[in-house]
Design a protein around this ligand. Structure first.
Ligand SMILES: [Zn+2]
Ligand SMILES: [Zn+2]
Length: 133
């Protein structure tokens, strides 16, 4: 686990920094994450909303949709290059999650939680020691 993180979108218009991380690094296999990522799942690291600093916020566009809780799920992406950067949930306002592929250094990322495994692609294997829901 790292003490601080930085990252940004593919074109560099949006950059973010955080001094603290949560312990949560998750993989989400839900259909929405498959669709919005254009891939089989999303990998993300949890940050504390209060610690997040963003540069280039004017380039961020947001797609808002009700999540499983009935409250909004907010997916932020760069309006210039389309990189998904953040996802947040109105049901848990203290946290914001960065898409792990946007981290400058993602070598430490080791997901310990797999979410929505009921919608998982059948060829994706969840490690036996991960928490799966
Ligand atoms: Zn960009
Ligand atoms: Zn998902």
């Amino acid at each position: 686990m790292k003490a601080s993180v930085s990252g940004g979108c593919s074109c560099g218009a949006v950059r973010y920094f955080s001094r603290a991380l949560t312990e949560q690094v998750s993989v989400c296999h839900c259909r929405d994450c498959q669709g919005t990522s254009g891939s089989a799942f999303a990998v993300r690291a949890g940050l504390y909303s209060r610690d997040l600093e963003v540069q280039g916020a004017e380039a961020i566009a947001m797609h808002v949709k009700p999540g499983a809780s009935g409250r909004a799920t907010r997916r932020s992406f760069c309006s210039r290059c389309g990189s998904q950067i953040f996802i947040s949930f109105d049901a848990i306002p203290d946290l914001i999650f960065v898409q792990a592929g946007t981290l400058d250094d993602s070598s430490w990322v080791n997901p310990n939680i797999h979410l929505w495994c009921g919608e998982k692609q059948p060829w994706v294997a969840v490690p036996a020691d991960a928490l799966a829901t």
